[in-house]
Ligand binder design. Sequence first.
Ligand code: C5P
Length: 233
Amino acid sequence: MKRDVIIACDFSGKEAVMDFLGRFPEDCKPFVKIGMELFYAAGPDIVMELKAKGYRIFLDLKLHDIPNTVKKAMSVISSIGADMVNVHAGGGIAMMKAAVEGLTRPDGSRPLIIAVTQLTSTSEEMLHGELLIGPGMEETIVKYALNAKEAGLDGVVCSPREAALVKAACGSGFITVTPGIRFADAAKDDQVRITTPADARRLGSDYIVVGRPITAAPDPVASYNRCLNEFAD
Ligand code: C5P
């Protein structure tokens, strides 16, 4: 599988995302991540429009509901043309299996589907004290990744530092998609545990998700190319 850089298009509306992507050369169509803010503001049209222009899309909606609801929602998501989607592994194996079923088109094809194990905003303290999960963070992440694999998912979203653990438990073909990426010489913003694109590659990331280091850069195209170069072999 080919490693790639996914640009987190955390913009508040369609015009802003189109302006941003318009800065790239005509023949450069990056893999883009559309999150809840943009999707709820712009609706499914934004996905269909970007697909028609040739972009690949990671629709980051993190579904988590009863299996039947997730299955039906995934069937809609599949029909609008996303290339990668996700669910919360906390919804359980039956929910994740239902998500795969809903996503699968009549011809057997489907978008990639990955699971969020534990959000990086969840601390070890919160895991035990609030969520009442006994085992530690790493053990929980590995178990949720194994559940995702058992349900037939393609991989997980995790920090690059967890990518090696996930690969060891689930196999090298199990995809790791990793945010929290910063250039060695740049601001961390609100990210705490950050990794450079080159370190993410060394740690086993298959896809890095990069937002502000590209979207807020004076020259986003140069920053995107720098990410690609540092993340490549
Ligand atoms: O701007 P920045 O590079 O920090 O953006 C990272 C993107 O990845 C954002 O869309 C953020 O919501 C997402 N993300 C994250 N950490 C996670 C999961 C998703 O930063 N654990």
